[in-house]
Write a protein that binds this ligand. Structure first.
Ligand SMILES: N[C@H](CCC[C@H](N)C(=O)O)C(=O)O
Length: 284
């Protein structure tokens, strides 16, 4: 099976062309391809397939390293756009991708950055889905009990679920301890991504992320969108302005003009290498 290895902010992907010829992907095959010892290694696997309706140019499918197919991936959309442009499957400067929760448009900017309109955020906890709407709410934050301890968070759906937790400093945030407990909390029937965010100014945030189905990753595009949407909703971040979003793997620029507007995610993305991998048939 041929693939491209790509990364954006250190969030890395195996990208597969299912347009030129159909590709069958079982959860086991996805886990093998994403395995950093037994396969290529990646946070997610991205598969592009032919369009099914006139509203999109391609169908865009996302699988986490644990093999589960999910609704959205922002850095992945930017990588997929570059893949399609470089392989000549789409003509620059833009391409419409049908993700599980709607069509998103990826553009290559004159400065070479790839940007994507991720669509409007949904702050209704039920949209994640989650039962957080039944919890106490303090200043717009749900108070979730995690092993008896109160954790304040905002829920944001970008198509995929996000729980955004404010911290004093990302450096000592409990990403690997509290992250999985929130990811797998019964309040999130489909689990959730968990962001730990430190606001530095109305146009500058820093966050670390525990990703659903992948663990701590260096950068998360949809997470950056959720962080900025939550920050604008709380008044901590400026509306309709370029927000500088720092992650351990690199920086992204995110802009949200407010309710009803799409969240625009921009940043670099690169092809690391391309290759071919033999997979045993039993991994179908
Ligand atoms: N782990 C995410 C999918 C990948 C999101 C992230 N890599 C991004 O750039 O948006 C989820 O289960 O919803």
């Amino acid at each position: 099976m041929r693939f491209w290895k790509m990364q954006g902010g250190g969030n890395d992907f195996v990208v597969i062309d299912g347009v030129t010829e159909p590709v069958a992907l079982s959860a086991g095959r996805v886990r093998r391809l994403c395995d950093r010892r037994l396969g290529v290694g990646a946070d997610q696997l991205l598969l592009v397939e032919p369009a099914r309706t006139p509203e999109e140019d391609f169908r865009y499918r996302i699988f986490n390293a644990d093999g589960g197919e999910v609704e959205q991936c922002g850095n992945g959309a930017r990588a997929m756009g570059k893949f399609l442009f470089e392989k000549g499957l789409a003509s620059r400067p833009e391409v419409r991708l049908r993700a599980a929760k709607g069509v998103i448009t990826v553009r290559e900017r004159p400065d070479g950055l790839l940007s994507v309109d991720m669509g409007a955020p949904d702050f209704d906890p039920a949209s994640l889905p989650s039962t957080c709407g039944q919890l106490p709410n303090i200043d717009g934050e749900w108070v979730l009990s995690v092993e008896g301890n109160p954790v304040r968070l905002r829920t944001v759906s970008m198509g995929n679920p996000h729980a955004v937790i404010r911290v004093g400093s990302t450096g000592d945030a409990p990403v690997t301890t509290l992250g999985p407990k929130v990811e797998n909390h019964r309040a999130f029937p489909n689990r959730t991504n968990v962001e730990f965010v430190e606001t530095l100014s109305p146009t500058h945030v820093r966050f670390r992320v525990w990703e659903r189905g992948a663990g701590e990753t260096p950068c998360c595009g949809s997470g950056a969108c959720a962080v900025v949407a939550a920050g604008v909703a709380s008044g901590a971040l400026r509306k309709d302005a370029d927000i500088h979003v720092e992650t351990p793997g690199g920086t992204l620029t995110v802009r949200w003009a407010g309710p009803g507007a799409g969240v625009i995610l921009s940043g670099t993305v690169e092809k690391v290498f391309e290759g071919e991998i033999e997979l045993a048939p039993q991994e179908e």
